[in-house]
Design a protein around this ligand. Structure first.
Ligand SMILES: [Ca+2]
Ligand SMILES: [Ca+2]
Length: 373
C-alpha cells in the first residue's frame, strides 16, 4: 500500500500542481540571478491581473521589477515583459492577460539589473475591464469645481476606456490623464455621444503652442461629454493611468457677438482663454472718426519673440469685418471708427511667433482707449 501511494504521488501530472489562486498576495525574496517563478492557477477566457511592487526602500538593493508571463509547459514567453520605471520612480508594474487554457500559468519576476537581491510584493487577482469602449458603455465619473481624480486600467493594447463626464452648459471641462506606471502616456480624447471629437491630448506630447497643459473644452449647448482613454503606443503603454477632471466654471466672455460682454470706453477687461479655440467677444460703443487704441497690456515689456496676445478681429455695427486680425501686443493697434454705434471685438489667443509661443498666461489684460488726436 505504502509503495503504491508513493508511486502515485511521483507519477502525478505536473499540471495538477496547485498554483496560486486568484486573490493571492504576498512577498517573495529575489535571492540570486534566477528569477522568482510563481505558478498561477487560471481558467481559459478569464482576464487576470498581476501586480509586482518593489518593497521599500526602493532602489537600495533592488532596482525594479520585471514581470514575464510564460506558458507553464513550454516556458515560452506569453506577451511582452513589463517593467517598473526607474526614471519615473514608479515602483509598481501591472500585467493583464486573458488565459487561453485551464490550469497553470507561470509568472517570472526579476530585477532589470542582474545580481540584484531584495523583496517583491505581488498581487494576483481576476480582473474585468473597468470602462466600456464606446459612449453607450461609458462609466460615469463626477466632475466638481474643485477638481477630482479617478484611476483606470488599460487591460490590453486594444483597450479603450470611455468615461462619461457632465458639466453644465457653457462651463469649461478640464481633463488630464497620465500614466501611473512606466512607459508611454495614454492618448485622451473628448467626444460628444454622437462621436464628434472635441479635442485630443497626450500628456507626454502636447504641443506648447496649445497653451494649456490639459485638455479644456467648453460644453457649448450642454449635454454629456465622453472621455476616451487608449494606449498611445501598443508596445510600451502603461496599463494604469489616472485622470484629473475639473469644472472650471463658465466661459468669462461669449464666443459670438450675440453673447458679447458690453464694455464702456475707456475699458480695461480681463480675458481668459479657458478652452480650445476660445473666442472672447467684447462690444463697445464707438464714435465715427474717433481713433481707438486696442492693446493687450498683460506684459509691461512684451517679449519680441514669443508673446501671447489677444489677436483682435473688429466688426462694425452692420456686422462687417473691419480688416484682418489685429496684433495688440507692444504698442497695441489703432483702429478708426467709420461710423457711430456698437462695434464688436473678437479676441483670440494669438502668438507673435507662430504656433511656438510660450504657454502663459491664460488671462490677459485688455484695453480699449479713445486716443483721438
Ligand atoms: Ca479598461
Ligand atoms: Ca469665450
Amino acid at each position: 500500500m505504502g509503495v503504491a501511494l508513493t508511486l502515485g504521488a511521483c507519477g502525478k501530472d505536473p499540471v495538477e500542481e496547485p498554483g496560486l489562486q486568484p486573490g493571492a498576495q504576498g512577498e517573495v525574496e529575489l535571492t540570486a540571478t534566477e528569477p522568482v517563478r510563481l505558478k498561477l492557477s487560471v481558467k481559459a477566457g478569464q482576464l487576470y491581473r498581476f501586480v509586482c511592487e518593489v518593497v521599500a526602500p526602493p532602489g537600495v538593493t533592488l532596482s525594479g521589477c520585471v514581470v514575464q508571463l510564460r506558458d507553464a509547459k513550454t516556458l515560452e514567453p506569453l506577451g511582452e515583459a513589463r517593467s517598473t520605471g526607474i526614471k519615473e520612480k514608479r515602483w509598481q508594474v501591472t500585467a493583464f492577460w486573458t488565459a487561453s487554457t485551464n490550469g497553470l500559468a507561470v509568472m517570472d519576476l526579476q530585477s532589470p539589473s542582474p545580481g540584484d537581491t531584495g523583496q517583491f510584493r505581488y498581487l494576483f487577482t481576476e480582473a474585468a475591464d473597468d470602462a466600456g469602449g464606446s459612449a453607450g458603455e461609458a462609466v460615469n465619473q463626477p466632475v466638481t469645481e474643485t477638481g477630482s481624480g479617478f484611476e483606470g486600467s488599460l487591460e490590453s493594447a486594444m483597450d479603450v476606456d470611455a468615461w462619461r463626464l457632465s458639466v453644465p452648459a457653457g462651463h469649461i471641462l478640464q481633463v488630464k490623464c497620465s500614466a501611473t506606471e512606466a512607459s508611454s502616456e495614454p492618448n485622451t480624447e473628448l467626444i460628444r455621444p454622437d462621436g464628434t471629437s472635441l479635442g485630443t491630448y497626450n500628456f507626454g506630447t502636447y504641443p506648447f503652442g496649445e497653451g494649456i497643459p490639459y485638455l479644456p473644452v467648453k460644453n457649448v449647448g450642454g449635454g454629456d461629454l465622453i472621455l476616451l482613454v487608449r494606449p498611445a503606443e501598443p508596445r510600451t503603454y502603461s496599463t494604469r493611468y489616472t485622470c484629473w477632471v475639473n469644472d472650471a466654471g463658465p466661459d468669462d466672455h461669449g464666443d459670438v457677438a450675440a453673447q458679447a460682454t458690453v464694455v464702456t470706453v475707456p475699458a480695461q477687461v480681463d480675458v481668459t482663454f479657458g478652452s480650445r479655440n476660445d473666442v472672447d467677444v467684447l462690444g463697445a460703443e464707438l464714435v465715427a472718426g474717433h481713433v481707438y487704441l486696442l492693446k493687450d497690456s498683460t506684459y509691461a515689456t512684451p517679449s519680441t519673440t514669443s508673446t501671447v496676445y489677444c489677436g483682435t478681429t473688429v466688426t462694425d455695427p452692420q456686422g462687417m469685418q473691419q480688416g484682418s486680425k489685429l496684433a495688440t501686443y507692444g504698442e497695441g493697434a489703432r483702429f478708426t471708427a467709420t461710423t457711430s454705434g456698437r462695434y464688436f471685438f473678437a479676441l483670440e489667443r494669438s502668438f507673435s511667433n507662430g504656433p511656438n509661443g510660450w504657454i502663459y498666461p491664460k488671462t490677459h489684460h485688455y484695453e480699449i482707449t479713445d486716443v483721438t488726436p
